[in-house]
Design a protein around this ligand. Structure first.
Ligand SMILES: Cc1ncc(COP(=O)(O)O)c(C=O)c1O
Length: 384
């Protein structure tokens, strides 16, 4: 019964593999969610908002004023970006809804969206919902560096209207550098593209620096910047996200978003506003914890014989199974809960062509040290 345009996408791999973890009791290094809570102060702010008697009804469609002000202030303080808290911010149900509303609000049927491959799975599905499609530019293992010539060639396509960038990048963990971003900005200006950036891992960078594309010359007026509280504060279940940018782009997102979920999560929006006002203090310990979790997982996998691509940011590290003589990571991941009591995601889920990156596996390291150690021990046992 599912509509033709959604049929190719099935159930997301994350839901499928998290269900597998729950069914088998395996350690879940698949879906990217932390196994510890975010800052207690932000939880207290949510409880206070719930009990305030002023936060349990619909929020304004754009989001509660405190959160819009906090987002604009954060963009200015951290990146020097000028965002209008009234016309330049739209709060959404996670970055996921911001991405969907962006595609539905800005694209025409037949449009193409330039995106990096591998890519977060909702990009292809939401683009398809808008009757548009992705035009992909590869980030190749093990370094996952952008090839500026390949990007320029892809951007010359007649139907390309938008560029969708995700940095820090899921699933590779690449944090694009100033040179790569300059190449991206160049093609956006040259071909008059709208740029949409998914920056949900903006605070979780361990090597390098996160530079929002909107800060590059000529980009602020054409860039819609998406982020969310899920990864920055370890509240992935709250689903408070947002986008910010020029009013005409934000208005297009709002036009679609109002008919998707209208507005909700009012008390959580208020709590996230309090969190964002003090984002650097809240995020610094999380970043340090994740940095050491990254090192722990990568060192452990390496010692066990896996070839690891060390990520610069985000929640995930990729390992290549080919040196272990394994070419089909999808089959390996499906058997892994039974063999080793661990769940991981085949990286092929993030590629349009099933044959690409067939031997790559993505592991989440946003887990407690003892969980990572146990998972690594189990993965070592089957690699021997
Ligand atoms: C690159 C990327 N974008 C968006 C999302 C979704 O964010 P949210 O949970 O805020 O909807 C995720 C979650 O894993 C992600 O990795």
């Amino acid at each position: 019964m599912t509509a033709t345009r959604l049929r190719p996408f099935g159930t997301t791999i994350f839901a499928e593999f998290s269900a597998l973890a729950a069914r088998t009791g395996a350690i879940n290094l698949g879906q990217g969610f932390p196994d510890t809570d975010g800052p207690p102060e932000i939880i207290d702010a949510a409880i206070a908002a719930l009990r305030s008697g002023r936060a349990n009804q619909y929020a304004p469609a754009a989001g509660v004023p405190e959160l819009r002000a906090a987002i604009a202030a954060h963009q200015h303080r951290r990146y020097g970006l000028d965002v209008d808290p009234d016309d330049g911010v739209q709060v959404t149900f996670g970055a996921t809804e911001a991405i969907a509303a962006t595609m539905l609000g800005l694209l025409e049927p037949g449009d193409e969206v330039l995106a990096l491959e591998p890519y977060y799975d909702s990009y292809a599905a939401t683009t398809a919902m808008a009757g548009a499609s992705l035009r992909l530019v590869a980030l190749r293992p093990p370094e996952f560096v952008l090839d500026a010539d390949e990007l320029a060639r892809a951007a010359a396509g007649e139907r390309v209207r938008m560029l969708l960038l995700n940095s820090p990048h899921n699933p590779t963990g690449r944090v694009l550098d100033a040179g790569e971003l300059a190449a991206i900005a160049r093609v956006c200006v040259e071909h008059d593209l709208v740029a949409v950036t998914d920056e949900v891992y903006e605070h979780l960078v361990y090597d390098g620096e996160h530079i929002p594309l909107a800060t590059l010359p000529g980009m602020a007026q054409r860039t819609l910047t998406i982020s969310s509280a899920g990864k920055s504060f370890s509240f992935t279940g709250w689903k408070i996200g947002w986008c910010s940018g020029p009013p005409e782009l934000v208005a297009a997102v709002a036009a679609a978003k109002q008919f998707l979920s209208f507005a909700g999560g009012t008390p959580l929006q208020r709590a996230v506003a309090a969190g964002l006002d003090d984002a650097e203090r809240h995020v610094a310990p999380l970043r340090a914890t994740l940095h050491s979790a990254r090192d722990r997982l990568c060192a452990g996998l390496r010692a066990a014989g896996y070839e690891v691509c060390v990520p610069q940011g985000g929640y995930f590290a990729n390992a290549d199974l080919a040196p272990l003589g394994i070419e089909d990571a999808d089959a390996w991941c499906r058997a892994l809960p039974g063999r080793a009591g661990v769940v991981a995601i085949p990286a092929s889920a993030f590629y349009a062509g099933a044959d690409t990156a067939r031997s790559l596996v993505r592991f989440a390291f946003c887990k407690r040290p003892e969980v990572i150690d146990e998972a690594v021990e189990r993965l070592a046992a089957i690699a021997r």
